[in-house]
Design a binder for this molecule. Structure first.
Ligand code: ATR
Length: 271
């Protein structure tokens, strides 16, 4: 009788920088919880290393990759097939093999959608205002459209980057940086707030009440953007659940298991 040893599966998150990624902590927690023979590591990458890493997926040396800034778009030329969401957003955060093909998927979309759905804030027919034009913004736009918002406005310090996003989504409107239009939900998709002292430098004093201020940042858990929202009597939420749900959706694609999200999961990410 042949004894076949189960080989430990390898997973990775790639980015640059990558030091602060909490993906290994979360995935390894769920891997252990589900008795899976696997390990999830992080790897700082240079552009010229993408190709060989995808080859490792093809040759089954690595079972799955999460992709973060600045590679979400750069990995695309090396993949065989994209999910619908990954294709339209031109961003991939999850890679795996299926039917002998290297697939790129985007779970940031579902992550944002699940996080908003937990909040009991109905987005249908509402106006969304997005700040920033970085890696995660196309995914947020895709999710907002899926949730039925009627209008999407986007503003970025460097306007040409907002124009590039408009090429992916015809119906969004660009707002000059510094202008605050009327909105129901505002999303900070910039990196402003990662440092506790960061100020976005926009005047929200006239936005009114009962708006939702959403920050993709979850560490620190309350940026000045969210503090301002609170002071002005608005609803606010950080990006922690979005992060957890995008991880969960990747986990589901790779392991076909859906971990429970509870207080323990939330606490795991307190740094
Ligand atoms: P990348 O641009 O590589 O995708 P990111 O962290 O996803 O990186 O995006 C950073 C976002 O934060 C950008 O929208 C950036 O604006 P610019 O395109 O003008 O650089 C925004 N950002 C960073 N610092 C900012 C600041 N001090 N004020 C306003 N926006 C800022």
């Amino acid at each position: 009788r042949i004894f076949k040893r189960n080989k430990m599966k390898k997973y990775l998150v790639i980015g640059n920088p990558i030091d602060h990624s909490l993906s290994p902590k979360l995935h390894n927690f769920w891997i252990k919880q589900n008795n899976i023979n696997a390990i999830y590591n992080k790897k700082k990458l240079n552009d010229d290393e993408i190709k060989n890493l995808i080859l490792d997926i093809r040759e089954n040396k690595i079972s799955g990759i999460n992709v973060t800034v600045p590679f979400k778009n750069k990995v695309i030329p090396f993949l065989d097939e994209l999910s619908l969401g990954a294709k339209q957003t031109q961003s991939v955060n999850t890679i795996f093999m299926k039917d002998n093909k290297v697939i790129g998927d985007n779970t940031d979309i579902g992550g944002f959608e699940s996080a908003i759905k937990k909040l009991d804030f109905d987005l249908s027919k509402k106006t969304a205002f997005i700040l920033g034009a970085g890696g995660v913004v196309p995914s947020i736009i895709y999710a907002l459209l899926k949730m039925g918002v009627s209008k999407i406005l986007i503003s970025n310090r460097t306007e040409t980057k907002a124009e590039n996003i408009k090429k992916l989504f015809n119906n969004i409107q660009i707002v000059s940086w510094g202008e605050i239009p009327e909105f129901d939900i505002i999303i900070n998709g910039t990196s402003v707030g990662l440092d506790n002292n960061d100020q976005i430098g926009l005047d929200f004093s006239k936005v009114g009440k009962n708006k939702l201020f959403y920050d993709v940042i979850y560490n620190p858990n309350q940026t000045n953007f969210l503090k301002t929202a609170k002071q002005l009597g608005n609803k606010f939420e950080n990006g922690k659940l979005m992060f957890i749900f995008q991880a969960l959706l990747s986990f589901k694609l790779w392991h076909n298991l859906e971990p429970e999200v509870n207080d323990k999961t939330m606490k795991l990410l307190d740094v």
